[in-house]
Design a protein around this ligand. Structure first.
Ligand code: AMP
Ligand code: MG
Length: 649
């Protein structure tokens, strides 16, 4: 195939060679080699204008603090040897020298043997004196003398020159972020200005035809730009001066203009989305035209985050983060933060780490460094790290996780029971007061609301009813919300419990058929009639539920042997069923009443589902568990549940 040698074409050919996937270490090392060393930019700033900036050089203390030997109390400067024999029964009399040393007064007279000089807190200790006696421990003895009835140790109530800060000592190291405490130390040394690193100015662009900025209304098939705000915040958190340029459609001409303008103004460019090689993915082609050497790595053996693209254009880093927000965040923290911090004059980030046991096996792809987000809970003998089981598109996984663990590229799994190192997102572990593992429900938020208002932290880890029961059996949670239908006994939940667990009745959720209002196949019919009408119309599309869901059992009973179109569409949540029907991707499905109501759908009641709690008996006495049970039983919670469409048991 012959191609005309257009600049566009040759740029994309150049990039083909970078499509080989590099290891994380190789990609980072090539990126850093292309960027460093580079001249650092600094400026002098007045103390209060330096807040939040990194010191560009060590600060050496120019003076002693305090600058002189200073009295710590109001009293008398004395020679301790004069008071060696002082005791309750033998007072020592000292003649007063003719001066009073207040703060800011330089002493004029020497404290000779047998004399004392009145001195105020903060006053300089005069020549000859080596201790201060508190005024409370003295008695006047005539006009010009005092009596003292206790000995004084040398140095008593004296802060010696340089005891706080010694002249010549390294007060602060380069890279220290200036905060109020640093300002205090600098001011105490008389320093009015410091040399700080200039923050690198970083432009952020989101790309994708589907993106809508938060605050505007969502058109069909569009999503909100999540990466723009997260990346902007994360850049500011890591020493950058973040400039959010906007969310751009995948339009090569417009995007190139925006990228060029941003690069001219800024020290670094961070894009997200469009880094795979899909038809609409144009940013990596543009990079080839922005400057030398261009793309350094396109494809890194990370999971999530493989499509990461790293480039340097005429000395400036240009990065395209993967589109999925969690992938974008991991690659940003792992690969971009080190470079950004170095440009900002900050030391490498010191992440807090803890060791925690992984309760379940985590499968991992061989050949890629894998990051797994985890939630930490307190187990019987130490911390437990629960992997957040959502896909790489899940933004809540990031917000709810406490940190992440890393599975080596050469491992194909992390076995259950591994003691793994967890890197925390925040400097401290905050183990939740109440841990709920199992099926999630919006009603649960109503029950826990009062606990959260009362200052308890509640962690709900959605793993489904069966996963919750398993966690409860292992003692890894306080409560497991379950809604398991036993078709042998035709009852809910009770038959699934084992010794050590007890059933706390929760509430009922009406399950029913949902349809779009006005659909005559469903309006005014009962459940059997509606399903009959649906099955009679070959164009009528259903949405099913996943195998194992309580709802699925109901659906299978309704359908009997029938397998209508849509049967194999089996989402895993009540909300997904409602969304499919509301958005016309299906005509009917089965979901719970509160979800149907929130989606504005028609609803034909079918059967009540029992949503109860398997309580770990050993944890019953914990204050947070008691608070939960109290809330569940309270009339306020019950009323709120009813208003939301639930029926408390
Ligand atoms: P892309 O790399 O452009 O193919 O995007 C991969 C996935 O990430 C798609 O589902 C995009 O809709 C999604 N995505 C891309 N950019 C963003 C963004 N700024 N905010 C939220 N999701 C995004
Ligand atoms: Mg895209």
């Amino acid at each position: 195939m012959a191609h005309p040698p257009s600049p566009k074409r040759s740029a994309s050919l150049d990039q083909e060679q970078f499509l080989t996937v590099l290891s994380r270490e190789e990609a980072l090392s090539r990126f850093e080699t292309a960027l460093f060393p580079r001249p650092a930019r600094h400026e002098m700033r007045k103390l209060n204008d330096a807040l939040g900036l990194a010191l560009a050089e060590d600060v050496i203390a120019p003076i002693d603090v305090p600058p002189f030997d200073r009295s710590n109390v109001d009293g008398f400067a004395v020679r301790s040897s004069d008071l060696a024999m002082a005791a309750e029964g033998s007072a020592i009399r000292l003649a007063l020298n003719n001066e009073i040393i207040a703060c800011g007064d330089a002493p004029q007279l020497v404290v000779t043997p047998g004399t004392a000089t009145p001195i105020a807190t903060g006053g300089p200790v005069p020549r000859g004196a080596d201790a201060v006696v508190m005024i409370e421990h003295t008695q006047p003895a005539g006009a010009r003398a005092i009596e003292i009835r206790r000995a004084a140790s040398p140095g008593q109530f004296v802060s010696y020159a340089g005891s706080d800060i010694a002249r010549g000592e390294a007060l602060m190291r380069a890279g220290t972020i200036v905060g109020s405490r640093e300002v205090g130390m600098l001011a105490a040394c008389g320093i009015a200005e410091v040399k700080v690193a200039c923050k690198p100015k970083v432009a952020i662009l989101s790309t994708g035809d589907e993106l809508v900025p938060p605050g505007q209304s969502l058109r069909p098939a569009a999503i909100y730009d999540t990466n723009g705000p997260i990346v902007t915040a994360a850049i500011a958190e890591n020493g950058g001066d973040a400039v959010f340029v906007g969310a751009f459609p995948d339009d090569e001409v417009k995007l190139e203009a925006a990228m060029r303008a941003a690069l001219a103004q800024c020290d670094m460019l961070v894009l997200s989305g469009g880094t795979s090689k899909g038809a609409g993915d144009v940013s990596h082609r543009i990079i080839g035209r922005l400057g030398k050497p261009g793309i350094i790595a396109h494809g890194v053996a990370l999971k999530p985050g493989k499509p990461l693209c790293l480039a340097v254009c005429d000395g400036k880093p240009v990065v395209i983060l993967p589109g999925f927000p969690t992938s974008a965040m991991f690659t940003f923290h792992d690969m971009i933060v080190p470079v950004l911090r170095r440009m900002a004059g900050l030391p490498p980030r010191s992440d807090a780490k803890v060791t925690a046991r992984v309760p379940v096996r985590i499968a991992s792809e061989l050949g890629r460094t894998e990051f797994v987000m985890v939630s930490l809970v307190e187990g019987e003998d130490g911390l437990i790290a629960y992997p957040s089981g959502k896909g790489s598109g899940a933004i809540t996984a990031f917000a709810q996780a406490d940190g992440f663990l890393r599975i080596d590229a050469l491992a194909y799994q992390m076995p259950a029971g591994t003691e793994a190192e967890v890197t925390l997102f925040t400097p401290h572990v905050r183990v939740p007061d109440l841990v709920i593992v199992g099926s999630h429900c919006t009603g649960l938020d109503i029950v826990t609301a009062s606990l959260v208002r009362g200052g308890l932290s509640v962690r709900s880890i959605p793993v489904g009813s069966l996963g919750g029961l398993a966690a409860a059996r292992r003692g890894e949670c306080d409560l497991a919300p379950i809604h398991l239908f036993d078709d042998k006994t035709d009852t809910y939940n009770a038959s699934f419990l084992v010794p050590g667990l007890e059933l706390v009745p929760g509430y009922r959720r009406m399950q029913g058929i949902v349809f779009r209002a006005g659909d005559n196949r469903f309006e005014e019919r009962d459940a059997q009639g509606a399903v009959k009408a649906a099955l009679a119309d070959p164009s009528c599309l259903m949405v099913n539920r996943n195998q194992g869901a309580g709802t699925r059992i109901l659906i299978d009973r309704l359908l009997g042997e029938a397998r209508p179109d849509g049967y194999w569409n089996q989402p895993k949540s009540h909300n997904a069923v409602a969304a499919a029907v509301a958005q016309n991707r299906a005509d009917w499905g089965v979901t719970i009443a509160p979800v149907a109501r929130a989606a504005g759908l028609g609803f034909i009641p079918l059967a009540e589902e029992h949503y109860d709690f398997a309580l770990v008996s050993a944890r019953k006495a914990r204050p947070a568990v008691r608070a939960f049970l109290d809330s569940l039983a309270s009339s306020e919670t019950r009323a709120t549940l009813e208003r939301a469409g639930f029926r408390p048991a």
